[in-house]
Unconditional design. Structure first.
Length: 425
């Protein structure tokens, strides 16, 4: 149990960190202020401010975010009538605004806020020490900090460092970078698997073993037999062979088998087995693995495997959309926890392999053109580029809000479905 939890936190943490670092890096390169880089969600347990960005670790290891200046999730911390305290610099300019009751600044100037502008002219005004007869205005430093209610220090966000100040291509790259980093992580992870296992292990259509009392053994199949076709359909790879047999559970099929350069036919009926709400055919065979220890092949393995997962994921998406949507086709944190638990029992290589697969899936999911996802933001960026003018902020906010609501509902439904699938069935 502890091993699974630790593995889950590490895997999920790496996926989130790599994704968010992509957004962070290209935002910085584009001149966009990254106010906060967070790993985890919910209440913070650690915060560190450096070079205009506050780095936080939050208590729930189920995500993370990069809070860019001017984004729809970058809400204002000040309210009219709110008591704050101000810290001034040597030029009598505000360098820190404290809105938190958790942080006490002994040298702070008490102020009841009446109005402010922290984007254009950079000032804050209000009543000092409760003196409502005298309204005072103070200039605010461009790089001033604001302490939010939970005690987190963030830099203020003037217009010149907001997302809108970057060019459309820069914003597209910033939004795309998270998914791009996930694909890079998958490539590196698959390469690492190849090097750690001593080479590229390629499953073949040659049998490595035949289980006792299995359908295959009863039909006369033997170790080193090569299954070259199922019902006349060529099966030159292990994946094609598995898919062909899985789809024909309970049906009588004909295998074309090659043994000692001789071909013959074998008729059998794959046993039906249940695999998490899905039924598939199984005959009781394992593959013979071919190992290639060429360094170039091991490097290529990262790219080839990542591409194969991309193709398989899009094929699954198309099948899901064209064949009828089911919540069982999706998986959230609960499903990932279940897969991680299973992978942890098989060792480090299986965990790294799982992380690579999850990283590809995370990258593709985030590129779907759904508002609130990176793909939806990229779509809005492209529309803005075509129109040659910004989209109305209110309309963009409404579109994003609808997308966020849809994703939140989907997440709740998927999580509940996962809990039922993995723990109550």
């Amino acid at each position: 149990m502890i091993k699974t939890i630790i593995t889950f936190i590490i895997v999920f943490g790496i996926l989130v960190f790599v994704h968010e670092f992509g957004h962070y890096y290209f935002a910085k390169k584009s001149g966009i202020l990254v106010r906060e880089f967070s790993i985890g969600m919910g209440p913070k347990i650690f915060a560190y401010h450096k070079n205009s960005t506050t780095y936080t670790i939050r208590i729930l290891p189920l995500g993370g975010y990069v809070r860019m200046a001017g984004m729809e999730d970058d809400s204002e911390s000040l309210q009219q009538g709110q008591p704050v305290s101000l810290i001034m610099n040597e030029q009598n300019c505000v360098k820190k605004i404290n809105t938190s009751q958790k942080v006490t600044m002994m040298q702070g100037l008490p102020l009841e806020v009446t109005n402010w502008d922290l984007e254009k002219e950079l000032w804050i005004e209000g009543y000092v020490n409760g003196d409502v007869e005298k309204l005072q205005r103070f200039a605010v430093d461009h790089d001033a900090l604001i302490i939010e209610k939970d005690g987190t220090e963030l830099q203020i966000a003037p217009l010149d460092v907001q997302v809108q100040s970057a060019t459309v291509p820069q914003r597209i790259m910033t939004n795309f970078a998270g998914a791009m980093n996930n694909f890079i992580l998958a490539i590196v992870a698959f390469m690492l698997v190849a090097f750690l296992q001593g080479g590229v292990k390629t499953p073949t259509n040659t049998l490595g073993s035949v289980q006792e009392n299995s359908v295959a053994q009863k039909a006369g199949l033997q170790k080193n037999d090569q299954i070259i076709a199922v019902d006349g359909e060529k099966t030159d790879t292990w994946m094609k062979l598995v898919d062909a047999i899985s789809e024909r559970g309970g049906d009588r099929i004909t295998l074309t088998v090659k043994r000692h350069k001789q071909e013959f036919k074998v008729n059998l009926v794959p046993k039906i087995v249940k695999d998490k709400d899905k039924k598939r055919g199984q005959i009781g065979i394992t593959t013979k693995v071919k190992v290639n220890d060429s360094i170039l092949d091991m490097i290529a393995y990262g790219f080839v495997n990542t591409w194969n997962i991309v193709v398989m994921t899009f094929a699954a998406l198309w099948k899901m959309l064209s064949g009828g949507f089911s919540l069982n086709d999706l998986g959230g944190p609960v499903a990932i926890y279940s897969y991680t638990s299973e992978a942890a029992r098989y060792g480090v290589l299986t965990v790294i392999n799982l992380m690579a697969v999850l990283s590809v899936n995370l990258g593709i999911f985030n590129l779907l053109p759904i508002p609130a996802l990176d793909g939806g933001k990229i779509l809005l960026n492209i529309i803005e580029g075509i129109r040659k003018k910004p989209i109305d902020p209110e309309k963009e906010g409404l579109i994003t809000l609808i997308g966020f609501g849809f994703l939140l509902l989907l997440m709740v439904l998927v999580t509940w479905n996962d809990i039922q699938r993995f723990f109550f069935r």
